[in-house]
Design a protein around this ligand. Structure first.
Ligand code: KIV
Length: 257
């Protein structure tokens, strides 16, 4: 196991894990100063490409963005989301994961778990490919947004799923929009770190879509804290530029040759 993964695992119960998404070098070089893990999330389908879901994303798009992200990542764990159709069966999953690893030199890949793809996690483990799981609200498989694990039966199902994913060999697991008490129970039961998004502070670490926390995506559900309003900052700057061009205030002599 890579030293970077070991040190990530060792932080469970000692330090909270800081994780964020990135789709390019300009962001990842800043994230790398503060993050334990940088994820090239397939949320880029919505955030960058304006798609209504993540279902039609292809592996080449993920590879191209990861190549850019990797230029800015020196110390954090670099993890890449596998697009929905790229891991439909173990053979395809291994072929595509190996392509991603070879072309991007990332540390690990992430898949979303439904109740039928434990064999994919096992296949990765067998091929010594570091894999992160993802349960709760899984946009690749769920049609409608819903907080998961609120009822006793849902809680039982999620706990069993998390334990099975750990046993199958995942090194960590994302809990997306899982109720507080279920997230706490899963985190206490697992030996591997849980990374929450909308799943309370009980998780071993937290992840958000960076564009959301920067106020640049236009998507701000309850679980997002907006740490900046980049949309406003960019709007102001572009408005100023537009005014300056129209009034011939820009470029000045000092900007000219
Ligand atoms: O695609 C993504 O960005 C993700 C995170 C929200 C966990 O899966």
């Amino acid at each position: 196991m890579k030293a970077k993964i070991k040190s990530f695992l060792n932080k469970k119960k000692k330090k909270k894990l800081v994780c964020l998404t990135s789709y390019s070098k300009s962001t990842s070089q800043i994230l790398d100063r503060y993050c334990d893990l940088v994820l090239v999330g397939d949320s880029l389908a919505n955030v960058l490409y304006g798609m209504k879901n993540t279902h039609r994303l292809n592996i080449e798009t993920m590879i191209n963005h990861t190549k850019s992200v990797s230029l800015g990542v020196k110390k954090s764990l670099l993890v890449v989301d596998m697009p929905k159709d790229s891991y439909k069966n173990p053979k395809l999953a291994i072929k595509n994961a190996k392509k991603i690893l070879k072309e991007t030199h990332c540390d690990a890949i992430k898949i979303e778990n439904n109740f039928n793809n434990l064999n994919i996690v096992k296949a990765f483990k067998k091929s010594k490919i570091n894999v992160m799981g993802h349960i709760g609200y899984t946009p690749q498989f769920k049609k409608k947004f819903k907080v998961e694990g609120k009822t006793k039966s849902e809680q039982k199902k999620l706990i069993r799923q998390a334990l099975e994913i750990e046993k199958a060999g995942a090194f960590s697991i994302v809990l997306e929009c899982v109720s507080k008490s279920t997230a706490k129970k899963i985190t206490n039961l697992l030996k591997i770190p849980t990374i929450g998004i909308g799943s309370s502070k009980s998780c071993d670490g937290q992840i958000l879509v960076t564009d959301d926390l920067l106020g640049a995506s236009g998507f701000y559900p309850k679980f997002v804290k907006k740490y900046a309003n980049l949309e406003k900052i960019i709007d102001n700057a572009i408005k100023e530029f537009s005014k300056d061009v129209k009034s011939s205030k820009f470029p000045k002599n000092e900007n000219s040759f």
